[in-house]
Design a protein around this ligand. Sequence first.
Ligand code: NAP
Length: 249
Amino acid sequence: MTDFLITGASGRLGRKLIQRLEGRNASLRLMSRAAGPDVRWVCADIDRGTGLSAAVAGVRTVIHCASSPYQRTREVDVEGTRRLVETCSLNGVAHFVFVSITGVDRMPFPYYRAKLDAEKIVESSGVPFTIVRITQFFPFVDWMLRRLLALPVGLLPAGGLLQPIDMGEAADRVVDVSFAAPAGRIAESGGPQVMSFGDIARQWKQARGRSVFTIPVPAVGASLKALHQGALTCPNGWRGRKTWLEWLK
Ligand SMILES: NC(=O)c1ccc[n+]([C@@H]2O[C@H](COP(=O)([O-])OP(=O)(O)OC[C@H]3O[C@@H](n4cnc5c(N)ncnc54)[C@H](OP(=O)(O)O)[C@@H]3O)[C@@H](O)[C@H]2O)c1
């Protein structure tokens, strides 16, 4: 019996999960579409449906992190999750941990809709599950700001609210729920502070020594309105400790 299969093991969160699970002496199987560096890696593709039975056979807990936000999103995130969880059901997997995003039911982005649909597939699969929704990781917010504020003048949804989280703390949270019994839909997880985009960008500009003039974008349209209303935050949920400012330093 293998303790854990991690899908998306080569990804940003996946790599942090590997470190932490190794630290707790868990036996691991690691999924990627490409060949991996050691025998723990299995080649499988949830979009094409290849290699799934071999990946899942004899595994107690599956931690599902594989995702494709920018291409073939519905095929990978929705239909791919369906194929994976059906394979888990056939193979008697005891616990399916699905990594989702805080606010997927409150924010009308197509990617978030796909994650929400995937959550519903997991919930109705019959496989004991835990859904862990997490807010945006610090490196993702950093990447977003580098794009939005690449030029001397940039547009910013300054009044929008985020609650970004350290990726290591997000990984700790996923590992903890993965060792625990299946708990269904649990409290959403986020960083320690709900912050406006304006404050996040101000601290970022200071830390990076950037002097970008920002033009605030008003809350027009469903997505920006939701962002301003805090759709991506979970002030009453589980909170990490590391702040955005600490991460920037
Ligand atoms: N980034 C954030 O701020 C954030 C916040 C909250 C939650 N999340 C969630 O956390 C999870 C991990 O995010 P991340 O940023 O670590 O992702 P990532 O770095 O983009 O990694 C995505 C992973 O998905 C795998 N993958 C993509 N298509 C696949 C396919 N067809 N079959 C099998 N594997 C496939 C890739 O593996 P190979 O390329 O090796 O095949 C890769 O390891 C996602 O579910 C995401 O929604 C992310």
